[in-house]
Design a protein around this ligand. Structure first.
Ligand SMILES: [Fe+2]
Ligand SMILES: [Fe+2]
Length: 356
C-alpha cells in the first residue's frame, strides 16, 4: 500500500468486545473508504497498534481485560503514539465520563447509538484534525529547537573567542540550574537559567582580539574596554520579546556585579543584583577556577571552594555560597559529565584573569 492509498484508505482499528457492534462499524467504515482491523479488547488492541500502526482507533469503553480508558492511557504513555487519534464510542455521555476520556488521552468521542451513515465522514474529519495538530506541534517544536540551537551557538561563539573549550558554558549553565533549584526556583525558571546562562559572555564578540586574547595581565585601559562586554551583551540581547532572551539580557548585564557593590557595569549591591545574575556569577567563577585554560592549571576543587567561601559576602551572595557548598556533590557530577578535552601544560596565572 503506497502513501496515496494510505491517505485515501486510512487504516482504522475497531475495538469492541461484541461482534455485533464491530460488524456494522466495519461495514460503515469500509464503505467510507477505510481499511479495517479489529480487536476484541484493549489488550489485543494495544498489540495491534504496535503491529499494524493504524491511522486512527475507534474503541468501546467497557470491555474485559483492558477497557477503553486504560487503552488510551497505555497508548499515550508512549511518545511514539502521542498523536494517534483515538475515538471513544460510548453510551456514557455524562460529564464525568467525558472528562475521564480526555484525561486518559482520547482525541474525541462518539455517542452510541452511532449514526452509521455519518461515521466515515466523522472519522475522516477527526483524522484530518489530528494530522494538522501533529504537523503544527512538530513545526513549533522544530522552531523552538532551532531557536535554542542558535542561542547555544551564539554563546559558544563568544566562549570560543577566549576559551578554547566549549564545555565551560555547558558546565556553568548546568551549575546555574542546579543552584537555582537549591535556591527554590521552580522547574520553569531552572530551565530558563539553563538555556539563558550560556549567553553570559556573548558581548565578548565585540571586544578586540588584542585585549581578549592578550596572554598577560590587562592594563587599566584594556580592562576598562574588557568590562564593556557586559554592556555589549546587554545591547545585543535588548528589547527582546522572548522571556528566554530577556533573562539572557539580565544575566549578560549582571554576571560581573559583586555582592559588596564593587562589581561592574552598574556597581549594583546585594539584592539589587538580579538573582539570575548572582547565580551565574558563582557558577561561572567556580568553573573558571577549576578548569584548565591555555594560560593556567586548574585549581583543585578544595582550593576553589575555599576561595569561593573566602569571597562570600564580598564577591558572592552568602546565601548562594552556602547552597553551593550543600550541593557540591551534584556540582561535581556535572563537572565529571562535561570534561574538557586535553590542553597542553602552561603556566598558571592569577584569579584576576579568570574573572575578567
Ligand atoms: Fe563575563
Ligand atoms: Fe564564562
Amino acid at each position: 500500500m503506497n502513501l496515496i492509498d494510505e491517505l485515501q484508505h486510512p487504516l482504522v482499528l475497531i475495538v469492541d468486545d461484541e461482534f455485533l457492534q464491530r460488524l456494522p462499524m466495519r461495514v460503515a467504515l469500509e464503505q467510507g473508504g477505510f481499511r479495517v482491523v479489529e480487536a476484541e479488547d484493549g489488550m489485543q488492541a494495544w498489540e495491534l497498534v504496535q503491529q499494524e500502526r493504524p491511522d486512527v482507533v475507534i474503541t468501546d469503553v467497557v470491555m474485559p481485560r483492558m477497557d477503553g480508558f486504560v487503552l488510551c492511557e497505555t497508548v499515550r504513555r508512549q511518545e511514539k503514539w502521542r498523536y494517534l487519534p483515538i475515538v471513544l464510542a460510548t453510551s456514557l455521555d455524562d460529564v464525568i465520563s467525558i472528562e475521564h476520556a480526555y484525561q486518559a488521552g482520547a482525541t474525541d468521542f462518539i455517542t452510541k447509538p452511532i449514526n452509521w451513515g455519518l461515521l466515515g465522514h466523522r472519522m475522516r474529519y477527526i483524522l484530518r484534525a489530528a494530522r494538522t495538530a501533529q504537523a503544527l506541534a512538530e513545526r513549533e517544536f522544530e522552531l523552538l529547537r532551532t531557536r535554542l540551537e542558535i542561542i547555544r551557538r551564539l554563546g559558544q561563539a563568544a566562549e570560543y573567542r577566549d576559551n578554547e573549550t566549549g564545555k565551560h558554558i555547558q558546565r556553568m549553565s548546568h551549575y546555574s540550574a542546579l543552584l537555582g533549584r537549591a535556591h527554590g526556583l521552580n522547574a520553569h525558571d531552572q530551565e530558563l537559567l539553563l538555556q539563558a546562562s550560556p549567553m553570559h559572555d556573548v558581548g565578548k564578540i565585540g571586544i578586540p582580539d588584542r585585549i581578549l586574547l592578550k596572554p598577560g595581565k590587562l592594563t587599566v585601559d584594556e580592562f576598562t574596554v574588557m568590562k564593556t562586554h557586559t554592556l555589549l551583551g546587554g545591547q545585543l540581547l535588548d528589547e527582546e520579546p522572548s522571556l528566554l532572551l530577556r533573562t539572557a539580557h539580565t544575566i549578560a548585564l549582571s554576571h560581573h556585579e559583586r555582592w559588596d557593590g564593587n562589581g561592574y557595569p552598574n556597581g549594583l549591591k546585594e539584592e539589587e543584583i538580579p538573582l539570575m545574575g548572582r547565580i551565574c556569577t558563582l557558577a561561572d567563577v567556580f568553573d573558571a577556577l577549576t578548569s584548565k585554560r591555555p594560560y593556567k592549571q586548574p585549581w583543585s576543587v578544595e582550593n576553589a571552594v575555599d576561595e569561593i567561601k573566602r569571597c562570600s559576602g564580598t564577591a558572592f551572595d552568602p546565601n548562594l555560597v552556602r547552597l553551593f557548598c550543600e550541593i557540591l556533590p551534584e556540582i561535581l557530577q556535572i563537572k565529571a559529565t562535561f570534561p574538557d578535552p586535553e590542553l597542553s601544560d602552561t603556566d598558571c596565572l592569577s584569579i584576576a584573569m579568570l574573572t575578567r
